[in-house]
Design a protein around this ligand. Structure first.
Ligand code: AMP
Ligand code: ZN
Length: 462
């Protein structure tokens, strides 16, 4: 059996995973900025992180998973200029920034639930950890890594010699990228805000006292302060989308390592984008983004069809959105549910040969397409149906496709149960026309009726 190998952005290599503490993993995943709905691009990253977490758990690790909620400080343009996305969103929707954050946080939690993404053990809001962020900035100040400008306190990136260790880009390239923002007072283009002052004469909704003046934290400091607070010395894996490599995660590492004098996380993993046609990244700021509701639920698709689609593409590869591709995933998932339902309900033994192959796939840097293909191999195999079922349900601990339920509701609604009983009676009385009419009625309520050797099976259409 292969030991778990993961691609570490830090070394640009696949490495064998070694946790800091035996049998345990500290996992930090950068969470949503809650000024709008998550789009299916964002959700692809959370799906990838869920695959990772489930793979770790399947390998027997106890995972402590922390996710932040960015409810302050993330500015338009992702840098140090522009407006706070939360304050701007609040003005757009006529809500307070706090109400806005609360609304979109709840909507995010609902979306990840619909995708069978396991919730983190710890959710942490940036606004709940302001003292920790101020403490980290003070530490950086006392060690000489900061300077003050008219609009905030900045991290001086020239004070460290490995600023580009995550991006692997020459410093000039990073500086070139950072130069798009006009801030004449910064000493180096890559320097970034740790604390921003509230603009003069403007009362922000979210602002706090600090040793440097009233203001709010920069975006990057929340993740380093909160990962150190909640994971302490268990800094194993830190994840996000690939857009976080060159700025957000690079800055997190710079400030955390400067503050503590120790290595921050050991492994950094990044998921590729979901693009809209033509290779353009789906982005929240673009207005044309698709939510889970719009792309799937409103079309009558099972949200897990998106999970199925995401499993079919390796997390390093870009994925392209098209309505047709989602419709195909929906069909494929419905077919899979049908095949699994036909195995019956008796669960036998997990096949060790298939299990080993499955482990080899997921442990090869989360080769989920190969792992998913293994389900079909099991279905084609000559294993007893009960053993096929047990093996597939074991794989579903990682795949998370609800294969146990196969798209069925746990309990059928009472009205459907009545129709089923009436149809059973009609069949027994050999009243075929009545039985057919009842079948049509059940189906028109969104259920599939199958007459087999073991009697009638009814389950929700997916
Ligand atoms: P945000 O809410 O904008 O802070 O982003 C939340 C997460 O979604 C981050 O990990 C981003 O890297 C990721 N992300 C943003 N856009 C995309 C996209 N089009 N495809 C995949 N992940 C994305
Ligand atoms: Zn982060």
């Amino acid at each position: 059996m292969k030991k778990l190998q993961i691609y570490n952005t830090l070394s640009r290599k696949k490495e064998e995973f070694e946790p800091i503490y035996q049998g345990k993993v500290g996992l930090y995943t950068c969470g949503p900025t809650v000024y709008n709905f998550a789009h299916i691009g964002n959700l692809r990253t959370y799906l990838f992180e869920d695959f990772l977490k489930r793979v770790l758990e399947y390998n027997g690790y106890e995972v402590k998973h922390v996710m932040n909620i960015t409810d302050v400080g993330h500015l338009t343009g992702d840098g140090d200029m522009g407006e706070d996305k939360l304050e701007l969103g609040a003005a757009r929707e006529g809500k307070t920034a706090w109400e806005l954050a609360d609304f979109y946080t709840k909507s995010f939690v609902k979306d990840i639930g619909r995708l069978n993404i396991i919730e983190p053990n710890i959710w942490c809001k940036a606004t709940d950890c302001i003292p920790e962020q101020i403490a980290q900035i003070s530490e950086l100040e006392s060690k000489g890594f900061t300077y003050k400008t008219s609009d905030g306190v900045y991290f001086d990136t020239s004070k460290i010699d490995d600023y580009n260790k995550l991006s692997h880009l020459p410093l000039e390239t990073l500086q070139e990228g950072a130069r798009v923002e006009k801030n004449e007072e910064k000493k180096n283009p890559t320097d970034f805000a740790l604390w921003k002052f509230s603009p003069k004469g403007v009362k922000r909704q979210m602002e706090w006292q600090s040793p440097w003046g009233v203001g709010f934290p920069g975006w990057h400091i929340e993740c380093s302060a909160m990962s150190l607070k909640f994971l302490d010395s268990q800094l194993d894996i830190h994840c996000g989308g690939i857009d976080h490599i060159n700025v957000h995660h690079t800055n997190e590492i710079a400030q955390a390592e400067a503050a503590t004098g120790e290595k921050f996380f050991n492994y950094w993993m990044h998921g590729a984008f979901l693009n809209i046609s033509g290779g353009k990244k789906m982005a929240k700021s673009d207005d044309n983004f698709l939510t889970l509701k719009k792309a799937l639920i409103d079309k009558g698709f099972n949200p897990l069809a998106y999970r199925f689609a995401a499993l079919s593409v390796h997390y390093h590869k870009p994925m392209e959105y098209s309505e047709e591709a989602f419709a195909n995933s929906q069909k494929a998932l419905a077919n899979l549910y049908r095949s699994i339902a036909s195995l019956g309900t008796e669960s036998g033994a997990v096949d060790s040969v298939f299990k080993e192959k499955f482990l080899d796939s997921i442990n090869d840097d989360l080769n989920m397409p190969q792992a998913l293909a293994m389900v079909y191999e099991v279905l084609k195999s000559d294993l007893r149906p009960a053993d096929q079922l047990a093996t597939i349900l074991d794989f579903d601990r990682v795949l998370g496709l609800d294969l146990k339920k196969c798209g069925r509701e746990d309990e059928l609604p009472e009205a459907i149960k009545m129709l089923i009983r009436a149809r059973q009676d009609a069949k027994q009385a050999r009243e075929w026309e009545k039985s057919d009419a009842l079948r049509t009625e059940i189906e028109s309520c969104g259920y599939v009726v199958e007459d087999g050797k073991e009697g009638m099976k009814v389950y929700k259409k997916v």
